[in-house]
Design a protein. Sequence first.
Length: 109
Amino acid sequence: MVQPLDPAAEDALYDSVAMRRFAGVDLGQSPAPDETTICRFRHLLERNNLGEAIFQYVLDHLDAHGIKVGKGTIVDASIISAPPSTKNKDRARDPTCIRRRRATSGSSA
């Protein structure tokens, strides 16, 4: 079964120079591996229990070079348009809070 990450990995190899360098892919010499090839390679790693060993090797290499890697959470920090908050007792804007508009090119706030 092809995982959703396999097509994304193929796309990343075409879209990202950094990913091509990491994977040793030179599009001037040959095309990037397709999602089926990536899937078969992933299954080969899984069958031989190599994923954890490779991951540990990478962590050891990074640690030897003073790079610490930790576990964390990815947070989406998208900025969205939202009305000003009116969550006070009177459900009105606080008059002590001044709302300023951002300056745009050629004007000032």
